[in-house]
Write a protein that binds this ligand. Structure first.
Ligand code: NAI
Length: 471
């Protein structure tokens, strides 16, 4: 192999992975005066942009639009579509256009910030060297500091090897056709978001979940509202089910699972396995750089993202915590600033978690149960979408906002939202937690009328026992 991968021989900061963790870290490191290269075997943007957050949101939005037309004959607005059609190839093309636009944006930001983007696969050679291999050529690059932002990949269950008909979240987003039937293992973030999407497109969807209810890491009062909607969309949900094996056949797949002690069988066009993600740390030869990982492959880091090798930092899905793009970006900025000698450190008290389900779920900080378990004395305030004028005029009166506060001081410590635009509404609570705000701070803030934001204000007033629009 010739030594000619296009990267300087030596950089101040080498970032491995150009996803929302890595490219953000690279830009911040460059803003702070470091020479920076970011290496990725794929195009910049990572899983989030190419086969995760962005394409899934595009399909969710397309499915919602289709459902709106299909259901128009049942609505009371007086607007009904006479006929509706889907050109799925066009849906995919539209989705691809969004990805391309954002990818071009990331490339422009990297070059505009003088970050060298290197296409290739990185592997540690020593504590300050990485070998970059682009398939034809390779090169050893020396670094002062390195930020590992290599991300994660879907877990492949034993007995469910990914293939043509047994697919992961990457392939399901790229199908050329809308399946007639789809079996999904795992009713977590991905299974719920994409299960609802295909159900809206008209696919017969069956969801198998090991736990007693869908979205087991979320409180059942949130999950049950989404579950109700899923059933209304004709989805079959089998909880307490354990998938055993699957066999691909021409044009479909057969799945066996156990439920209530009985072994059962099911056929579907595709089987989509969405049972979590695992860190991409195994191919990096981290041992050559003295970087310690735990038994599950996550890299051990301190609050600045520093690993057991003080030159090397790690962020995003390769470290513990939720596998969320915004967490990775946040950690990336902290690591870049720490490398530049700033006193930055992570504080996870207000990471929003959002499921782009129908309706959306968004949580932040502590739930009431978690707060009580942590010996907080709490008070809560709840307000329903059904009593908000804007929600009703949007034809979206289901859901609620619940705000959790410390009882004596009123300091806001968490919130849970289920309902339309939950993903956007949670931002106000995130700011409130970051700013050390109280229920009164939100209640006394003038919110536009009529707007969904008023639901957050009303929930805060209710928490103070002063709700005007609730009894
Ligand atoms: P997940 O951890 O959210 O859900 C996996 C589900 O599979 C769990 O409910 C689990 O009980 C179930 N399960 C596991 N093994 C099973 C088996 N053998 N049989 C039946 N059920 C089984 O994982 P998911 O949905 O794959 O998502 C991975 C991660 O990606 C999420 O944790 C999240 O961090 C991230 N993500 C975030 C999104 C967002 O921010 N909106 C959207 C999609 C993914």
């Amino acid at each position: 192999m010739s030594e000619s991968v296009s990267c300087p021989d030596h950089v101040d900061v080498l970032v491995i992975g150009a996803g929302p963790g890595g490219y953000v870290a690279a830009i911040r490191a460059s803003q702070l005066g470091r020479s920076v290269a970011v290496v990725d075997e794929n195009e910049p943007g990572g899983v989030c942009l190419h086969s995760g957050c962005i394409p899934s949101k595009a399909l969710i939005s397309a499915a919602k639009t289709y459902e709106l037309f299909v259901n128009s004959k049942h609505n009371k607005m007086g607007i009904a579509a006479q006929s509706v059609s889907i050109d799925y190839a066009q849906v995919q093309q539209w989705k691809h256009g969004i990805i391309q636009k954002l990818k071009n944006g990331v490339e422009g930001l990297l070059s505009g910030n003088q970050v060298t983007y290197v296409k290739g696969r990185a592997q540690f050679k020593s504590g300050n060297e990485v070998r970059i291999d682009d398939g034809n050529r390779s090169k050893i690059v020396k670094f002062e500091h390195c930020i590992v932002a290599a991300g994660s990949r879907p877990v492949e269950l034993q007995g469910f090897a990914f293939g043509n008909r047994i697919v992961s979240s990457k392939e399901i987003l790229q199908l050329k056709e809308i399946p007639q039937s789809l079996a999904i293992i795992g009713a977590g973030y991905i299974g719920v978001e994409l299960g609802q999407t295909f159900a809206k497109f008209g696919t017969k969807v069956t969801l198998l979940e090991y736990a007693p209810h869908i979205l087991p890491t979320f409180e059942s009062e949130l999950a049950s509202i989404v579950e109700k909607k899923m059933k209304k969309n004709g989805m079959q949900i089998i909880t307490g089910a354990s998938a055993k094996a699957a066999y691909e056949a021409e044009g479909g797949v057969t799945l066996t699972y156990t439920h209530s002690g009985e072994e059962k069988k099911m056929d579907a066009d595709y089987l989509f396995v969405a049972v979590g993600r695992k860190p991409n740390t195994d191919p990096l030869s981290l041992e050559a750089a003295d970087v310690q990982v735990d038994q599950k492959g996550f890299i051990d880091v301190d609050r600045q993202g520093r690993t057991s090798n003080p030159r090397i930092f790690a962020i995003g899905d390769v470290v513990k915590g939720p596998a969320l793009a915004h967490k990775a970006s946040y950690e990336g900025k902290v690591a870049a600033e720490a490398i530049a000698g700033h006193p930055s450190a992570v504080d996870y008290k207000a990471i929003p978690s959002v499921i782009f389900s129908d309706p959306e779920i968004a949580t932040i900080g502590l739930s009431e149960k978690e707060a009580v378990e942590q010996d907080y004395k709490v008070k809560t305030g709840k307000f329903s979408y059904a009593a908000n004028g804007r929600a009703l005029s949007l034809h979206a009166g289901e859901g609620f906002v619940k705000v959790i506060a410390e009882a004596n001081t009123g300091f806001i410590i968490g919130a849970q939202i289920v309902g339309i635009e939950a993903a956007n509404l949670i931002a106000e609570i995130g700011l409130a937690i970051e700013m050390g705000s109280t229920l009164e701070d939100i209640a006394a803030t003038i919110h536009a009328h009529p707007s969904l934001g008023e639901i957050v204000m009303e929930a805060s007033e209710a928490g103070m026992g002063k709700g005007v629009h609730s009894l």
